[in-house]
Ligand binder design. Structure first.
Ligand code: MGD
Ligand code: MGD
Ligand code: MO
Length: 758
């Protein structure tokens, strides 16, 4: 087996490995933050921006969607929030000279890390058909090219309008309005790859696809179960909430194949004592096998019923389908659950005791539950547990899907959805005098298939990195190359600018931290956090270049170029004054009445949530629904492992901040695969050996990710972990969750093969 890293990667990828950490944050986090921030922004800008993050008169952190508390520290930021800010507020610039010096072929061989490190894009750029590099283009010409290609389509459904979750409510509302006025519901979004499974499960069971808890609820809970989530890296401010809950007596169970440092111990950088001592967070760590969660929750449900601990009043008054669940739970048995979960009987009994001792339980989850074939069934099973004990619509209790992108929830509320509710379209049509299409559009996976099969021809991305974030990289890249035109509204360079259609455009835009001045004066935008709070966000930095347009301006101008005189929508007015967009939203989207006045209030406002507010469940039965899907868990053939693809500490999805994963003890490289020492031994893989990862799927196609350094790591047996997006090449396009169609990025069957590169 080769022991050297593979050659050919222009980025030095030579991982060094130390034992994993057992605590998150603390002093090293602050030092690391300031280093990255100053490298990107310099001292003055670092101070100016970091003091404004998540303040009531500042901008919403472009990091995660975790809510801000009422009491804010002067610097209400976390290490990874600060890195997200530094990445955007960087002083580095990508100018037309850069594109002249770097032909497409050069961009194509660069790593995502290198591309992102080049800085903010300063001007619209155009790649003409057959050209070898991008050239500067005027905004007018860019919109004319888009209009030309869109008008040439034989059906509006040949266009795809993707959204990543940073887009503001105002931009998202205009964007979906434009798509529907143009004539399509093809609005795939990052949510399709993220919490779609949560939405699917929650709409069916409680009637609304959003979480039912507030920060206040977390502080009041008796028991918080954190399943399939790594908050120390991905939602660091959540650790403060968990710390506070613990201080009020809450217990925490974490369910995860990996022991994640943030959940073990948290050194709160906001308090002097916290910095030194740190608080132990997890009371019970259930080191589950990947994909074993549905089995675990099903057995817990059986045991709760057998213990006579069902909240009978709640179940009788507010729920439907109890008998079917009780019957299905009756079939759950110990041996199979122990196989599926890899846990011991004692561990599950301990978890049960904690569930029974709790009057107020919250379950938090993220990608560890949503990205599996049986993700929707798993989340429904979580809901079953909460319903059995009356833990929805009670203070200190409820469902808490922890969202990813900072406005991914708001984008959906604004109508970014390929399967919109008829009531939403009716309201939109009435307000604007248009006729929106009623047939469903493509989600992310179907969008790739449509490009692959020549059924979609124009791809427009409102932010994000479609090529880098989606599964089955080789298939997706080939599909994108078939497009007539690919357009990306972006702040920074990424892989999607290098893998293009016949023609391509890059439209540079303002980020959250940038000042946004339009004809009617300085504008603010609004966002919705993971807990349904809507509030204003105001950037305060001079934009990276005078040529940037805001996202609402880009949509408004594109709409005018494409729809022309036929459109009676006042696009120009919307661009001048975002207050006029909010007026329209207030008439179309329920819960946004009097939007302008309420958004301007410090702290914003909370959207209504029927199950949380009044124990009303707007489902098909009018009650909260128990569900009883058959229990599933991954069956991995002999000699194979189950790979999950996850985030390192130094990345934001496909944006790579650095090459370290500090809590997991990995430095200076990303091509690592974490394997249990005994599993590694069974494959003859020493720590430090290099191996290829080859995924196995029913289509028999070989998918290979070459040259990964083996790291012996205390993960659950039979499981492995490696970073996304390097491993997206291994995730088959049609390996998706039932119902939600979310790529099953957390369960990829792999085998090891001797490293081919090196
Ligand atoms: N700094 C930073 N912040 C981010 C992001 C980022 O990339 N960087 N991304 C944002 C986005 S878009 C999102 S969606 C969130 C993602 O937030 P997370 O969901 O925390 O992100 P992942 O790294 O995918 O981690 C998944 C976790 O689930 C565990 N897991 C994997 N499989 C299973 C399983 O079968 N069962 C259980 N119980 N656990 C499992 C993994 O070990 C890991 O701890 O974070 C958001 N915030
Ligand atoms: N294998 C695997 N694949 C996954 C996942 C996984 O866990 N495993 N996770 C999935 C998840 S949860 C998600 S959410 C998706 C993420 O998918 P995306 O949201 O598409 O990807 P990001 O990497 O977040 O997008 C980064 C790009 O967004 C642009 N950008 C940043 N800020 C702004 C802005 O303010 N405006 C605009 N217009 N552009 C901006 C920059 O150009 C940057 O390069 O990936 C999914 N893919
Ligand atoms: Mo996400």
């Amino acid at each position: 087996m080769a022991t050297k890293p593979p050659a050919g990667d222009p980025v030095q990828d030579a991982p060094q490995v130390a034992p994993p950490k057992h605590a998150a944050a603390g002093l090293p986090a602050i030092g690391h933050t300031l280093k990255i921030a100053q490298e990107q922004m310099g001292l003055v800008r670092t101070t100016r921006t970091l003091l404004k993050v998540n303040q009531k008169d500042g901008f919403d952190c472009p990091g995660c969607a975790w809510p801000e508390g009422e009491k804010r520290h002067t610097a209400e930021f976390c290490e990874n929030g600060a890195k997200a800010v530094a990445e955007e507020a960087t002083l580095r610039r990508v100018t037309p000279d850069f594109f002249a010096a770097h032909p497409l072929a050069d961009l194509e061989r660069r790593s995502g890390y290198w591309l992102g490190q080049q800085g903010r894009i300063t001007q619209p750029m155009y790649l003409p058909e057959g050209a070898d590099r991008y050239e500067a283009v005027t905004w007018e010409r860019a919109f004319a090219i888009i209009a030309e290609e869109l008008r040439a389509l034989s059906s509006p459904d040949e266009a795809l309008f993707y959204t990543s979750g940073r887009t503001s409510n105002e931009a998202a509302f205009l964007y979906q309005l434009f798509a529907r006025e143009f004539g399509t519901n093809n609005l795939p979004d990052c949510s399709n790859m993220c919490h779609e499974s949560s939405g699917s499960a929650l709409v069916e069971t409680i009637g609304i696809g959003k979480g039912s808890v507030s920060l206040e609820d977390l502080h009041r809970a008796d028991l918080i179960i954190v399943a399939g989530q790594n908050p120390g890296t991905n939602h660091p401010r959540m650790l403060s909430a968990l710390e506070q809950a613990k201080a009020s007596g809450a217990k925490i169970i974490s369910v995860n194949p990996l022991p994640e440092a943030g959940l073990e111990r948290f050194k709160n950088p906001q308090t002097p004592l916290g910095m030194i001592k740190g608080a132990a967070l997890t009371d019970l760590f259930l080191q589950i096998r990947i994909g074993g969660d549905q089995a675990l929750f099903r057995l817990l449900n059986k045991l709760v019923i057998e213990a006579g601990a069902v909240d009978e009043e709640f179940v009788a008054e507010h729920t439907h389908g109890y008998e079917a669940l009780a019957a299905a739970a009756g079939d759950a048995d110990w041996p199979e659950t122990l196989t599926a979960t890899g846990l011991t009987r004692a561990e599950i009994e301990q978890a049960l005791a904690m569930v029974l001792a709790s009057e107020r339980t919250i379950v938090c989850w993220a990608m560890g539950l949503t990205q599996h074939k049986h993700a929707v069934a798993t989340i429904r099973e979580v809901v079953n547990l909460l319903l059995l004990r009356g833990n929805i619509g009670r203070p200190g209790a409820g469902v808490c899907p922890v969202r990813g992108h900072s406005n991914v929830q708001g984008d959906r509320t604004m109508g970014i959805f390929e399967r919109p509710a008829p009531a939403f379209l009716d309201a939109l049509d009435k307000e604007f005098g248009i006729t929106s299409p009623r047939h469903h559009g493509y989600d992310v996976v179907r969008a790739i298939e449509a490009l692959r099969d020549g059924e979609a021809k124009v791809f427009f991305g409102m932010g994000g990195n479609f090529v880098g974030a989606t599964p089955d990289t080789d298939v997706t890249e080939a599909a994108m190359r078939r497009a007539a035109l690919t357009v990306h509204v972006s702040t920074k360079l990424n892989r999607s600018h290098a893998v293009t259609g016949r023609r391509a455009l890059i439209l540079p835009t303002l980020g959250r931290t940038d000042k946004d001045v339009q004809a009617a004066g300085k504008q603010f935008v609004t966002v919705e956090d993971s807990m349904g709070m809507v509030h204003a966000s105001r950037g305060n930095l001079t934009p990276a270049s005078p040529h940037l347009l805001s996202e609402p301006a880009i949509v408004a101008r594109m709409a005018r170029a494409v729809l022309g005189e036929a459109s009676t929508t006042p696009w120009e007015e919307f661009e001048k004054d975002y207050g006029t967009i909010r007026d329209r939203i207030s008439r179309v989207v329920p819960g946004f009445e009097d939007y302008n006045a309420r958004a301007a209030r410090p702290g914003g406002f909370t959207l209504p949530h029927a199950p949380r507010d009044e124990r009303r469940f707007p489902t098909t039965t009018g009650k909260a629904n128990f569900t009883a899907a058959p229990v599933e868990y991954p069956r991995v053939p002999e000699g194979r492992l189950l790979l999950q693809t996850l985030r390192s500490h130094d990345q934001y999805n496909t944006t790579i901040y650095g090459l370290d994963d500090r809590y997991r003890g990995i430095k200076g490289g990303r091509r690592v695969v974490l394997v249990h020492p005994e599993d590694a031994a069974a494959h003859g893989l020493a720590d430090g050996a290099y191996t290829d990862l080859v995924s196995e799927w029913k289509d028999g196609v070989e998918r290979r990710a070459p040259g990964f350094r083996v790291v012996h790591y205390p993960t659950a047996r039979g499981c492995a972990a490696a970073y996304y997006p390097e491993t997206n090449v291994l995730v088959p396009l049609d390996s998706t969750a039932d119902t939600s169609n979310t790529p099953a990025s957390k369960s990829v069957v792999i085998r090891f093969e001797p490293a081919t590169a090196g």
